[in-house]
Ligand binder design. Structure first.
Ligand code: FAD
Length: 309
């Protein structure tokens, strides 16, 4: 793992930085590249623009590791409101939640109840995605997912290709008719849990994507969402999907707002199912640091804002 990436991911968990960095205008300006604004209204507006381009949207209200039960309940109520506001949108319009924002650190039962509240508010065509957080949360996240999936058909979960365990987790989920979003993984993980080298993560991503789009998964009615900005991987996975006879309209890619916009539009134009995850809210600091760690060149972008004011 690169030294810079390690430092940035360590910084994402630093309370001192989290409290101070957002006060600086140059930091806020740099964040604007990745979020359309802090408010739901700004996020909805950006979502509508994407919908007009034939691109679906997934909304995430930023926040994690909440330590107050009422705050976690308010997050669930907020997501219920978002689902109501986007219910009639023409393209897929969904939400993605972090279990630690729903109170997982306080009480897994409170968290599960908050998740149920969100799922009860979702229409059958609206998937509620569960983000995957750092590795200590994987077991409880998958257990919460399995319990929710036993009751609700429209719940999905994220799996991370950098973890050694993910192939096993993926195979164990297949019989549930799951919705799975495959990502590389955004947290700082030790080498006994995650591939330290990027090229091994990429190779595992491709192998897992083949499983997700393979015959057994299709027989089980799996919804596979390939969530990456890696154009080489997207090309290889699109070719694999075509070779096994999956139509473009059922080959799904997901990306983050503000990253690889042209590629997002190209995939949508060419008939692939393309969804963009839009984050918003004021608790963006750890999330922003993970975006910087993914591409240290983004630091130059931050510095440019510092110098230009
Ligand atoms: C829809 C979606 C949902 C996600 N949900 C989760 C989750 O629940 N849990 C989790 O751990 N991770 C999640 N992630 C983040 C993911 O794990 C990766 O950290 C992130 O997608 C970067 O990896 P990559 O696959 O794009 O590949 P990379 O190899 O990191 O990037 C490929 C190329 O994409 C571009 N790029 C990538 N990141 C950036 C960036 N920040 N800024 C500018 N350009 C960039 C660059 O051109 C880069 O060369 C999610 C990602 C997406 C797209």
């Amino acid at each position: 793992m690169g030294v810079l990436r390690t430092l940035l991911l360590a910084g994402s968990q630093n309370r001192w930085l989290r409290e101070r960095a957002p006060r600086y205008r140059f930091v806020r300006r740099a964040v604007e590249r990745f979020i359309p604004g802090e408010t739901l209204e700004a996020a909805l507006q950006a979502g509508l623009t994407l919908q007009e381009q034939g691109i679906g949207t997934v909304f995430t209200y930023l926040g994690e590791n909440i330590t107050d039960a009422r705050e976690a309940e308010a997050v669930a109520a907020h997501y219920a409101e978002v689902l109501a506001r986007i219910r009639a949108w023409p393209q897929p319009a969904e939400v993605s939640v972090k279990l630690t924002q729903l109170g997982l650190d306080l009480d897994p039962e409170l968290c599960a109840a908050n998740l149920r509240r969100i799922l009860d508010a979702a229409a059958p065509h609206q998937t509620v995605w569960i983000d995957m957080e750092s590795s200590p949360y994987v077991d409880i996240t998958l257990e919460t997912y399995r319990r929710a999936r036993a009751v609700y058909p429209n719940v999905g979960v994220c799996l991370q290709a950098y973890l050694y365990r993910t192939e096993r987790d993926l195979l164990s989920l297949l019989p549930l008719r799951p919705a799975i979003r495959l990502v590389k993984g955004a947290y700082r993980e030790p080498p006994d849990r995650a591939f330290p080298r990027k090229r091994d993560v990429d190779a595992n991503f491709f192998a897992l994507a083949q499983r997700l789009l393979g015959e057994e998964a299709r027989r089980n009615g799996v919804r596979a969402a390939i969530a990456t900005h890696d154009r080489a991987l997207i090309r290889r996975i699109a070719a694999f999907a075509a070779a096994v006879g999956i139509p473009r309209s059922e080959t799904e890619f997901q990306m983050l707002y503000g990253i690889q916009r042209e590629e997002q539009q190209r995939l949508a134009r060419e008939g692939y199912r393309m969804l963009v995850l839009i984050s918003y809210g004021s608790s963006w600091f750890p999330w922003f640091m993970r975006r910087l760690a993914e591409r240290p060149a983004n630091l130059l972008f931050l510095l440019r804002h510092l110098l230009l004011g």
